[in-house]
Design a binder for this molecule. Structure first.
Ligand SMILES: Nc1ncnc2c1ncn2[C@@H]1O[C@H](COP(=O)(O)OP(=O)(O)OP(=O)(O)O)[C@@H](O)[C@H]1O
Length: 619
């Protein structure tokens, strides 16, 4: 049996992957079987979140054991195939070859081009000079925003102040850090400095855009920014008029770039750059390779791009772990620009030296200290252990039971049965007693059951069905009073986005038999709500339980995390870290020790050539 047939029969390939290989065979029947198989695997790689396929690390989903070809011989066959282009790194791949072999990876041509274009776009932004100004005039405001005296908590570990200083001097900046390390707080201060800088130089104020990959993340970003703006007004030496000029709203990346109906293209791109001088993207770890490429190409020359994110979270579902690659290429830490070192007193001189001299060196700051303290939840030690994949430490902490707000239920595979059923259902039953949409949505955000899987007995679908039945009976109406909904598709027409959560409420004046009296309510992002007839909604699911992937970018007061009975490839330390950091006040983990340990031993690693491209000098 040919390798391609073996792969297809094993069930690991998708029909699409197989069809690509078959079409190459039809066009040229002599194409070696290994080349066809590699083409199918390059197509499958995208669906698995990789940018390309590495013949030295072949793998299929499922348990099939395949006798893989020797990696070196396989590579040679690929580079000698007419279907495979081998352009130089900065060269556009030839249009007549659907595949590209480069840096040891076989790419679908389109994804290789996304990587090449993204790398070249990031280098363009990193290399462009920022508007020069008299830095000294900003020093008093900087000192007010980032006091350097040891007692003041705003000085923190210096990471926030360093990020701000760098943002003044760099047109590309990556600010990474875990939840509550002050990314939004810092960026609000940076924006204020940039506004003050422009005003001091007599220039028009910079046009600022805030965006995030999902509607929920954009809403959270805008909310945090509004809170920080209020705090900033109270700082002596900060001009309230400048605080008023801070942006109040954030949008999704799709909306920022301008979707064109039924097209993967956007209105803004290299030919029609975004009309902004400063572009800040939150939750950048969720942005996939094609979208980041399109964003970066739409950043106008001379504009600033600031990416905020937590690289330890799950990478985007689609291809590429872009934030991690940019982080790797930028190196660990950036030094304070020498011209601003005096702002940091004695500490300014002791800045890290830059070992890494690539084009992105000096463009990243990692915020390390967490500020979002809750007396109710002591999450930091567990989050650190999980982030580092330290199974022994994580389990010791969980078994010990000494972390406030964290409860471990070892071996509990069904929280909807036994002693945990009642308290879980009680929360949603309380939701069903509410009539006011604002209150109901606030109540909805308090508790969420998170699962690693979508399908199967422990998947989000089955759990939602069981919760819905428990709440409203087997004969329930599809949109019963108190049902939670999760939007699974972006709809610009509705202003509803993948990940948005809504609640169905019956009009209190309507009789029980009255149909059409249920409205699905969603937050409008400005403290209000918007109602939709359920039949008019874009694609949606139930939302009492949801996958960790869907919960990314959201937070809940109480999180119940349910892991599958048996280890699964989707489990990883990034998935666990993302899940537990969704909790604000209480966290319950239902899992066996073996599955937790196996998950923490696995990295949600993505195969990509981006970091290497970003490290090579600009030509
Ligand atoms: N230097 C600081 N001193 C005191 N409090 C701070 C400091 N930085 C941030 N905080 C507080 O910590 C909390 C979290 O800050 P912020 O929302 O900016 O973090 P974040 O990294 O953007 O979080 P997330 O990843 O959840 O979006 C806020 O309540 C903020 O006021």
């Amino acid at each position: 049996m040919s390798l391609l047939d073996e792969l297809y029969r094993s069930g690991g390939l998708r029909t699409l992957d197989h069809a690509l290989a078959q079409s190459l065979r039809r066009l040229e029947p002599d194409t070696p079987d290994e080349v066809l198989a590699a083409a199918a695997l390059a197509s499958l790689a995208i669906a698995q979140g990789h940018a390309g396929f590495d013949p030295a690390r072949p793998q299929l989903p499922g348990d099939a054991t395949i006798d893989w070809p020797d990696a070196q011989a396989w590579r040679e066959q690929l580079v000698n195939s007419r279907w495979v282009g081998t352009p130089r790194p900065e060269q556009i791949a030839p249009g007549d070859a659907p595949l590209v072999f480069e840096q040891g990876l076989l790419y679908l041509r389109r994804y290789r081009e996304y990587e090449r274009r993204l790398a070249s776009g990031l280098k363009r932004i990193a290399g462009s000079a920022v508007a020069d100004s008299d830095a000294a005039s900003l020093q008093p405001l900087f000192a007010a925003l980032f006091p350097q005296d040891g007692d003041d908590r705003v000085a923190g570990d210096g990471g926030q102040a360093r990020a701000a200083a760098l943002a003044l001097r760099r047109s590309l900046l990556l600010v990474t850090g875990g939840p509550g390390t002050g990314k939004t707080t810092t960026i609000a201060r940076v924006l204020l400095l940039l506004l003050a800088q422009a005003r001091g130089a007599g220039r028009t104020l910079p046009r600022i855009a805030l965006a995030a990959p999902t509607g929920r993340a954009a809403e959270r970003m805008a909310e945090s920014l509004r809170i920080v703006a209020t705090q900033l007004r109270a700082i002596p030496g900060v001009d309230a008029a400048l605080c008023d000029a801070l942006p109040q709203d954030a949008r999704t990346l799709h909306r920022l770039l301008g979707t064109i109906p039924d097209s993967p293209r956007f209105r803004h791109g290299a030919d029609a750059p975004l009309p902004f001088d400063v572009i800040v993207i939150d939750e950048a770890s969720m942005v996939d390779l094609p979208l980041m490429c399109k964003l970066v190409e739409a950043v106008p020359d001379g504009a600033r791009l600031i990416l905020l994110g937590d690289r330890d979270q799950l990478p985007s579902v689609e291809a590429g772990d872009v934030l991690a690659a940019i982080g790797d290429a930028a190196g660990e830490e950036a030094a304070i620009p020498p011209e601003l070192a005096s702002w940091f007193g004695a500490g300014g001189a002791a800045t890290p030296s830059l070992e890494n001299r690539g084009p992105l060196a000096g463009h990243r700051v990692q915020l390390r200290r967490g500020y979002r303290q809750s007396d109710a939840l002591d999450l930091a030690p567990l989050a650190d252990a999980m982030r580092n994949g330290d199974g022994n430490r994580a389990l010791a902490l969980l078994r010990d039971g000494a972390l406030a707000g964290v409860q471990f239920h070892p071996g509990l595979h069904d929280p909807l049965a036994g002693a945990t059923r009642k308290p879980l259902l009680a929360h949603w039953q309380a939701l069903m007693t509410l009539d006011d949409p604002v209150q109901a949505l606030a109540c909805a955000g308090k508790l969420r059951l998170l699962t690693a899987l979508r399908d199967g007995a422990q998947g989000a679908h089955a759990l939602n069905a069981r919760i819905e039945e428990a709440l409203a009976g087997a004969q329930r109406e599809p949109y019963f009073h108190g049902r939670l909904l999760l939007v699974t598709q972006n709809s610009y027409r509705h202003g509803l986005f993948n990940g948005d959560i809504g609640v169905c409420l019956r009009d209190p004046a309507a009789g029980p038999a009255q149909t059409g009296a249920v409205t699905a309510w969603f937050a409008d992002g400005a403290g209000g709500v918007r109602g939709f007839h359920p039949s008019a909604l874009p694609a949606h699911d139930g939302a009492f339980a949801m996958t960790v992937h869907k919960a990314q970018g959201s937070e809940f007061d109480e999180v119940w995390l349910l892991l599958p009975r048996h280890d699964a490839r989707t489990l990883s330390r990034e998935l666990l870290y993302t899940a537990i950091t969704r909790a604000r006040h209480a966290l319950h983990i239902c899992a066996s020790e073996e599955v937790l340990r196996a998950a923490l031993a696995r990295h949600a690693q993505r195969i990509s050539g981006l970091a290497q491209r970003l490290q090579s000098p600009v030509r």
